[in-house]
Design a binder for this molecule. Structure first.
Ligand SMILES: Cc1cc2nc3c(=O)[nH]c(=O)nc-3n(C[C@H](O)[C@H](O)[C@H](O)COP(=O)(O)OP(=O)(O)OC[C@H]3O[C@@H](n4cnc5c(N)ncnc54)[C@H](O)[C@@H]3O)c2cc1C
Length: 268
């Protein structure tokens, strides 16, 4: 039997499927001109499970009672038959506060994809589903290289926030311009360097690739590199990390967070 959530109570469901967790928007704020923070309310156990990375189920704008998929015992997502209007996209919980029953997700407003459109219109009372959660893929190390664009700032913020006080390294963050910089508290030995696109389209240039190429890899093996941005950028940075930096599999995590000109999969 699957588990069914009734309010905050879990009961057995007869068909081996369980409902997804549904979180309700409690507040929406602008972090920067292009980043909207959506605060979601949920019971403490849902908040604990909602992150750090999330497979979000995004309804059509204004739909507060969508036809959600269900989750099979093996974790498979079972979509309802026919049109349901729910799209799945991956995001990062910027903050999970179990005591307050809150999760913050920062959405980059980049265009007319289902998630960006939903976030641009989000208002208290709207709902989002969570199909599953996963780790960030980071690992502790004495020297950190963090590389990403706006979509990676929530993850980079969490990694910097949990880094050892004595960690050293550099975080290279690409944004449109100074107005898109965000406070990123970091250990004293980790430099946060902002790179401005200055009018270029997101994902079109080589700012991050060039910035990584200009970093001299530190001596020793206590190094970890975490990279997330547009897919082609990530591929180029990953090649540098493997070739010039000589990082082994367990010393880096490099993942495309979005693809230029292509929707991510999981649309209805
Ligand atoms: C593990 C993980 C964590 C992520 N965390 C976050 C997060 O915390 N915040 C966040 O904003 N994003 C995050 N992303 C990226 C986000 O999932 C993608 O940007 C996604 O494509 C947005 O979905 P959409 O429905 O708005 O657009 P889609 O329907 O996927 O795409 C529509 C169009 O928009 C373009 N597009 C998508 N993203 C961008 C962008 N950033 N800039 C310019 N054009 C874009 C696509 O190329 C496509 O042409 C994360 C991705 C992963 C894999």
């Amino acid at each position: 039997m699957g588990r069914l959530r009734l309010g905050s109570i879990l009961v057995n469901a007869p068909d081996g499927l369980r409902p997804v967790d549904v979180l309700t928007v409690t507040a929406v704020t602008s972090v920067t001109p292009a980043v909207r923070r959506v605060t979601l309310g949920a019971p403490a156990d849902v908040v604990t499970a909602a992150g750090p990375t999330l497979s979000l189920l995004v309804p059509r704008v204004g739909d507060r009672s969508p036809r959600w998929p269900q989750i099979a015992r093996d974790g498979r997502i079972v979509w309802p038959q026919g049109s349901h209007g729910v799209s799945m996209r991956r995001y990062t919980a910027r903050r999970q506060d179990r005591a307050a029953g809150e999760v913050d997700v920062d959405f980059v407003l980049h265009g007319d994809g289902p998630a960006a459109t939903w976030a641009a219109a989000a208002a208290p009372g709207d709902v989002l589903g969570v199909a599953s959660s996963a780790p960030l893929g980071d690992a502790p190390a004495g020297w950190l290289l963090l590389v990403g664009d706006e979509t990676a700032i929530p993850a980079i913020g969490r990694i910097l926030g949990s880094a050892a006080a004595g960690a050293r390294g550099v975080a290279l963050v690409e944004v449109a311009g100074p107005e898109e910089e965000q406070p990123l508290p970091a250990p004293a030995g980790v430099e946060v360097r902002w790179l401005h696109r200055a009018g270029a389209a997101p994902g079109a240039g080589t700012l991050l690739v060039d910035a990584v190429a200009a970093v001299q890899p530190p001596a020793g093996s206590d190094v970890f590199a975490w990279v997330a941005a547009e897919s082609a950028t990530v591929r180029a940075v990953r090649a540098d990390l493997r070739d010039r930096w000589g990082l082994r599999r367990g010393q880096h995590h490099a993942i495309g967070y979005w693809r230029r000109g292509r929707a991510m999969s999981g649309t209805d």
